[in-house]
Design a binder for this molecule. Structure first.
Ligand SMILES: Cc1cc2nc3c(=O)[nH]c(=O)nc-3n(C[C@H](O)[C@H](O)[C@H](O)COP(=O)(O)O)c2cc1C
Length: 321
């Protein structure tokens, strides 16, 4: 089974991926967070920095684009192809309000005719890069899924990653495994499963239930437990010491590279939203981390956490109900 690191906008930027790849084995590929190309500017700013080959040396990366315009997708895909990428991923799952209302991400799923035309254009273009898709199973209801899959089935999609939730679910509630099973029966392209695989055991349970699926993708579970993929491949479990080192190196990198304490604090606090589930006895320092207003407060709180709290044996990311 191969396992990929899911794209997490705001978290898995190039520096995060490089540090993760250096410290933890097991992840077969990393998907970049989405970049929205425009016709005039296919790749710029944060997206360009994130996808530049020199920032991703030695790391297996799949860049991801978010658009509903073939005229914007194609120049970006060509640039990525020229940079040496073999695959580009199209985001058809993002549930965020602005993305959805612009009919991109999961919003495009509500426009079957436009989506069909978009695929027709991108798959008939002269491109030498594989196109994969990451999708939800609908916007409002999983009843939309059969029609959406029908469209996908008409095109040579390299791989279809399915997060079996609808847009309305955002990232909560049970994953809709019956909808995924329908895809396993009906899809004409290779599938990758994504959703709530928060431990190596979760991945093994999934593999037992869906033995024909060779590829899975994990996001939040890997932020909480950066050694998840290593464990899945038979390697050792996460230790508190290495999580501490990972944390300190990431914090240091953000302090050097980001402008001012505010973005550094924002990024570090977000990671604790996931990593916090790994610890017992961490309520007080976690609260202090959430409340930290400057880098000194933050440093003290994080130090207290690594000193006073301990990893839960077999711990994993647990979502608040
Ligand atoms: C903070 C956050 C940012 C995300 N950013 C992206 C993104 O840029 N592109 C994408 O396809 N999915 C994005 N996702 C969705 C994840 O890739 C993944 O599909 C989702 O978290 C479910 O998988 P998991 O249960 O393993 O985390 C994001 C999710 C979260 C929570």
């Amino acid at each position: 089974m191969t396992i990929s690191y899911a794209p997490l906008e705001g978290i898995t930027n190039w520096a995060f991926r490089a540090l993760h790849h250096k410290m933890f084995s097991g992840v077969d590929s990393y998907y970049t967070p989405f970049w929205t190309p425009t016709v005039d500017s296919p790749l710029a700013g944060r997206g360009l920095t994130d996808m530049l080959p020199e920032n991703n040396q030695g790391i297996p990366v799949v860049p991801q684009l978010l658009t509903n315009q073939a005229e914007a997708f194609l120049p970006a895909a060509r640039l990525l192809q020229d940079m040496g990428y073999r695959e580009v991923n199209l985001n058809l799952g993002c549930p965020s309000g602005t993305v959805f209302s612009k009919k991109r991400g999961s919003g495009f799923l509500t426009q079957p005719q436009e989506m069909d035309r978009f695929f027709d254009q991108i798959f008939s273009a002269d491109l030498d890069i594989k196109i994969s898709v990451k999708t939800r199973v609908g916007a409002e209801s999983p009843e939309e899924w059969a029609a959406i899959l029908d469209i996908y089935n008409r095109y040579p999609i390299h791989e279809l990653t399915i997060h079996p939730r609808v847009r309305k679910d955002f990232y909560k509630g049970e994953v809709r495994m019956e909808t995924f099973r329908y895809a396993v029966e009906q899809a004409r392209m290779p599938l990758c499963y994504n959703g709530d695989l928060n431990s190596a055991q979760d991945c093994r349970d999934f593999a037992a239930a869906f033995p024909t699926i060779q590829h899975v993708m994990a996001g939040r579970g890997l932020v909480a437990n950066p050694a998840l993929a290593r464990e899945l491949k038979g390697g050792p479990a996460l230790t508190q010491e290495e999580l501490h080192t990972f944390h300190d190196l990431l914090f240091e990198d953000y302090r050097q590279r980001l402008f001012g304490p505010r973005p550094v604090l924002g990024k570090m606090k977000e990671i604790w939203f996931y990593m916090g589930s790994m610890f017992q006895g961490a309520e007080k320092p976690l609260k202090a981390i959430r409340k930290a207003k400057n880098l000194d407060d933050y440093t003290h709180a994080a130090q207290a956490l690594f000193r006073d709290a301990s990893l839960i044996p077999g711990g994993k990311f647990v979502q608040d109900p």
